[in-house]
Design a binder for this molecule. Structure first.
Ligand SMILES: NC(=O)c1ccc[n+]([C@@H]2O[C@H](COP(=O)([O-])OP(=O)(O)OC[C@H]3O[C@@H](n4cnc5c(N)ncnc54)[C@H](O)[C@@H]3O)[C@@H](O)[C@H]2O)c1
Length: 439
């Protein structure tokens, strides 16, 4: 099949490379010239394990090409996948301008019978409006095909998705068949539904996961207050088939999807007259969670943080990505700097992408020991192996008392940390282990 992928960010690059790897003829299109130039050399403009190898081999095989939208001068093919961004607007709703611009471009040059496959996350109802208004008078079909990949595991998730959701209206069997052919090499159950339900599945999935994170974080705060251990409580929950997989307590979720999608669903609920109080609590809890380390530091330093030196370990919203969009690190670091803290930050991959979002006084350093240099406290925000498995004995020697470590991901061993001379605070890990601090 010949497929055009419009928008070459985290999702579009994975989709383009994944489909080309299966032997489809794929053309990746973007409006960012620098991005196109980078991709053409076989490099990828983000850190995503395994993706560069896919891109390079498909470029070599000739199944994958990249072109700037302004230079596009050939047929679009059988399907146009749209994977442009849908960032949040100020009121929390999804900004659909990139998507609408992509739809307008595709529909201006797309042939009769083409199917637009919407991978961007757009609010329930938006796809139907696109099909009815923007594609009216054309013979272009429309299908929703939400993407569920996780950054840092995108290559794995593309090859082995839990499910493939396809939303079409008016029994559009042709688009369903086309999407099945497109994913021929992928073994996954299909869920075929209408466009709006497919869109809702994506939002509900993200909101449900975000709610689980906020729930476990609320329970962690309570564990901290009563002296229970959230680690054991999470194990206990995970052993029950009704409550399912283990969710880790910590400083909250971040990234380019959960925060914006929960807010967009909340906005949709408000404007649809279907107020969902729970969503607001999920957002509120997550915002509070991000500042737990600040409160712990204030408590430990008798509210006088000005002049203290704090090392922040991890800037990316999770390990194995360089994405810092809506990362908890950004909120926390800004708050620390506002209080006069001298911040040094380390991340194995995300320092460059974080730089422009951080206050200029923040020193970006090259390793854990440098972040710890003469610091009174360290805050672990991203559980990179590189950070968790640092030589903590050396780290302890670099620091000055009280050698506080706030483990915002409950990734370190509290007993070992205390043995090495750190004051350890986790999130809800119980009085026995952390002296009653933390959430
Ligand atoms: N990042 C994820 O983990 C993830 C996972 C699932 C779904 N999603 C959803 O997928 C969509 C894309 O996310 P992303 O993180 O890849 O976005 P991104 O911001 O990383 O990339 C978007 C790309 O689209 C390009 N673009 C913008 N307007 C364009 C236009 N008119 N024509 C061509 N290209 C254009 C941009 O230059 C950029 O390269 C979003 O709706 C997101 O919510 C993202």
């Amino acid at each position: 099949m010949k497929i055009t992928v419009v928008g070459l960010g985290y999702v579009g690059t994975v989709a383009a490379a994944g489909l080309a790897k299966e032997g489809h003829e794929v053309l990746g299109v973007d409006i960012d010239r620098q991005r196109i130039d980078t991709l053409r050399t076989g490099k990828i403009p983000m850190y995503e394990p395994g993706l560069e190898a896919w891109v390079t081999s498909s470029l070599r095989e000739g199944t994958l090409r990249f072109v700037h939208r302004d230079d596009f001068a050939e047929g679009i093919g059988d399907a146009a996948i749209i994977a442009t961004g849908t960032p949040p607007t100020d009121n929390g709703s999804a900004d659909l301008r990139q998507v609408m611009s992509a739809v307008a471009w595709v529909s201006s040059i797309g042939p009769d019978g083409l199917t637009i496959v919407m991978k961007s996350t757009i609010p329930p109802g938006a796809g139907q409006r696109i099909a009815r208004r923007e594609l009216r008078g054309t013979r272009i079909r429309y299908a929703s095909n939400p993407e569920f990949l996780r950054e840092g595991r995108a290559v794995h998730d593309w090859e082995s998705p839990d499910r493939i959701v396809v939303g079409v209206d008016s029994n559009d069997e042709q688009s369903v068949d086309l999407i099945r052919r497109m994913y021929d090499g992928i073994d996954a159950p299909y869920l075929i539904t209408d466009v709006t339900s497919a869109e809702m599945i994506k939002y509900a999935s993200n909101a449900f996961l975000a709610a689980r994170v906020s729930f476990i974080n609320e329970i962690a705060v309570l564990c901290g207050a009563v002296g229970a251990s959230i680690d054991t409580v999470s194990d206990g929950l995970a052993m029950d088939s009704r409550t399912g997989m283990r969710i880790h307590a910590g400083v909250g979720y971040g990234g380019s999807c959960f925060p914006k999608d929960v807010r967009a669903l909340d906005h949709l609920a408000l404007t649809s007259g279907a107020n969902i109080d729970l969503l607001r609590s999920v957002i509120h809890t997550n915002n509070r969670q991000r500042l737990l380390p600040l409160h712990a530091l204030r408590q430990r330093f008798d509210s006088v943080l000005a002049g203290t030196r704090v090392g922040v370990l991890g800037l990316a919203f999770k390990p194995e990505t360089d994405d810092v969009r809506d990362a908890p690190s950004l909120d926390l670091i800004r708050a620390l700097v506002d209080e006069g803290v001298d911040v040094a930050a380390f991340d194995p991959r995300a320092a460059e992408s974080a730089r422009s979002s951080l206050p200029p006084s923040v020193r970006l350093v090259d390793d854990v020991a440098e972040a710890a240099d003469r610091a009174q406290a360290l805050v672990l925000l991203t559980e990179w192996d590189h950070i968790v498995n640092a030589d903590w004995q050396i780290v302890a020697r670099c620091m000055t008392p009280p050698r506080l470590v706030f483990d915002g991901r409950n990734a370190l061993d509290p007993i070992e940390m205390e043995r090495l001379g750190f004051e350890y605070i986790g999130v809800g890990r119980g009085r026995a282990q952390n002296g009653g601090g933390g959430g």
